[in-house]
Ligand binder design. Structure first.
Ligand code: HMH
Length: 217
């Protein structure tokens, strides 16, 4: 079993809850309200701010250029097509792109800040692997539903499914699997704690999105 499979197996309950969630089920069958999607996207756009900084820091810590290039391409797509998606979707939903951060958003931002400031590649990867792998897992079964949905729902699935995105997740997992081999027991404990907390917070973010974040008009 690979290190990332092992880590996932430790948090199987939270993983399943985060990747088979009522929020994403409703998103994929088109029944999610405009208000719930607007609230989710306003909060998630703030998550992206911290995510971009974390990914950029991880790239700076990659051992070689070859280890950084796939992540750098991904950073380009987050700041390109994904950023444009957010602005188009929020505009279509008639809400501004900014809102006060909810507690569940702040918790993810704090975890990403902590990982970035640790200066440790394996800790940064732990958060990045969870964030992208959870999204690949929930979105992949819905890939062929995307075309029948309004773009603000359908494109959110498309951005997190398909071969290109699966390769991003495979790359991030491979980076973590490779560094794991050379970590001592204390460092492995830190990775496990970070990975576990990240899955818990991803689940909590979907729980709060399903209840409904307050929408700033
Ligand atoms: C909270 C959260 N986790 C992961 C992703 C995937 O990038 C996202 N957009 N938002």
């Amino acid at each position: 079993m690979s290190a990332t499979q092992h880590l996932q197996s430790l948090v199987a309950d939270d993983w399943h809850a985060a990747t088979h969630h009522a929020f994403t089920n409703a998103l994929a069958d088109g029944t999610l309200s405009r208000d719930k999607m607007a609230g989710y996207l306003q909060q998630d756009y703030q998550f992206i701010d911290g995510f971009v900084r974390l990914l950029a820091s991880a790239l700076a810590h990659a051992p070689t250029l070859a280890d950084a290039v796939p992540g750098a391409r991904f950073l380009g797509s987050v700041c390109g097509p994904e950023n444009t998606y957010f602005l188009r979707a929020l505009h279509a939903l008639e809400v501004p792109p900014t809102a006060p951060a909810a507690p569940e958003t702040l918790a993810l931002q704090q975890l990403m800040d902590q990982a970035r400031r640790s200066g440790r590649y394996e800790i940064m990867l732990s958060v990045l692997v969870v964030a992208e792998w959870v999204y690949l897992d929930w979105a992949t079964p819905f890939e062929d539903k995307a075309n029948d949905l309004p773009f603000w729902l359908g494109e959110w699935i498309t951005l997190h499914a398909g071969d290109g995105f699966a390769q991003v997740v495979a790359y991030l997992r491979d980076q973590l699997d490779t560094v794991w081999d050379r970590l001592d027991e204390d460092a492995r404990k830190d990775v496990t704690a970070t990975f576990t907390q990240a899955v818990r917070l991803e689940r909590a973010f979907f729980d709060a999105s399903w209840v409904g974040f307050a929408v700033l008009r």
